[in-house]
Write a protein that binds this ligand. Structure first.
Ligand code: NAD
Length: 282
């Protein structure tokens, strides 16, 4: 029997990509899944298909940047089901472009969703779970939470912060019965890569850059496989999980050889910039 059977789970960003696949798989294991997303139409459509298959899912509209709404969903879930077992803080956005091109509002929007949104969920679920004496919070960072990367500086900043926040809380959670897991996905084929807002570039340009191609060749997986690997890490109560595992190798490489790694990134970024200029002139 699956450890997720009859467990109560909230998945933010449940309408698409990794969150949708996590929700499907959790529900497939017999869990009750509250799929929370800012895009209610899309999340409702996703739940309709799952409900037809007899799965226990519920669509909820949530903007994770609304701290009162996030608190209410956590409290309402615990009141309705008697507890909250898992919170997957998965909702995230990226706005792609060089810092000299994008405006401050772009950057603070990324911070608001990826960092503040995750903080609100973590804070309220942690308080509830400490009272319960059990629970597990799974926070989605990224390989970009341990490595620098061009064109996504604000995103990289939020994912580093998520990593540090969750690691520190893991230490504090000793003896509370609450578990925390940091997930660092690599290159996952979801709409985040193809449909995100871009400034002075395009998704096609970014995805055909030398760095993106290198990263894709080494680590690309589907959101379905990614969700399976995440749930495997959750079952094992891992503190840090790279999905796929090769991300850990990049991380070690960077820690051992930070300046070499940074110089390599700069070298490739310059090549990509030249390539982009040529494309724009055509
Ligand atoms: P996705 O774009 O497919 O899904 C993200 C979901 O989050 C969408 O359904 C969107 O509506 C929702 N969302 C956005 N803003 C929200 C808000 N304010 N409140 C509630 N929901 C909101 O993206 P994905 O690739 O599935 O990404 C999921 C998580 O995984 C993100 O945190 C992302 O940073 C992380 N991640 C993704 C990759 C990748 O390569 N795709 C790599 C590393 C980390």
């Amino acid at each position: 029997m699956s450890i997720f059977k009859d467990k109560i789970c909230i998945v933010t960003g449940g309408a698409s990509g990794i969150g949708l696949n996590l929700s499907k798989q959790l529900a497939g294991h017999g869990a009750h899944v509250i799929m929370a997303d800012i895009n209610f139409e899309q999340v409702e459509k996703a739940t309709e298909a799952l409900l037809k298959n007899g799965l226990k899912v519920k669509a909820v509209k949530l903007d994770v940047t609304d701290k009162f709404a996030f608190k209410k969903i956590i409290e309402d879930t615990a009141a309705e089901y008697g507890k909250l077992d898992y919170l997957f803080n998965n909702a995230g956005i990226v706005i792609i472009g060089e810092v000299r091109d994008i405006n401050l509002d772009h950057m603070t929007r990324v911070l608001d969703v990826n960092l503040n949104g995750l903080l609100y969920g973590t804070y309220h679920a942690y308080h509830l779970m400490v009272k319960q004496g059990s629970g597990h919070i799974i926070n989605l960072s990224s390989v970009e939470g341990v490595l620098p990367f061009p064109l996504t500086a604000s995103y990289v900043g939020t994912k580093h912060a998520v990593f540090g926040l969750t690691e520190s809380l893991w230490v504090e959670a000793a003896g509370t019965g609450v578990d925390l897991t940091i997930i660092c996905p690599g290159y996952i084929r979801t709409p985040l890569l193809t449909d995100s807002e871009t400034v002075n570039t395009t998704s096609e340009n970014v995805l055909s850059s030398y760095l993106a191609i290198l990263f894709e060749k080494l680590s690309a997986i589907t959101p379905d496989v990614c969700a399976k690997l995440i749930l495997k890490a959750v079952i094992k109560k891992k503190t840090i999980a790279f999905v796929p595992k090769i991300g850990r190798l990049f991380w070690w490489n960077y820690r051992i050889w930070p300046m070499g790694y940074l110089r390599m990134l700069r070298f490739f970024h310059r090549l990509d910039r030249k390539r982009l200029k040529k494309l724009q002139k055509r």
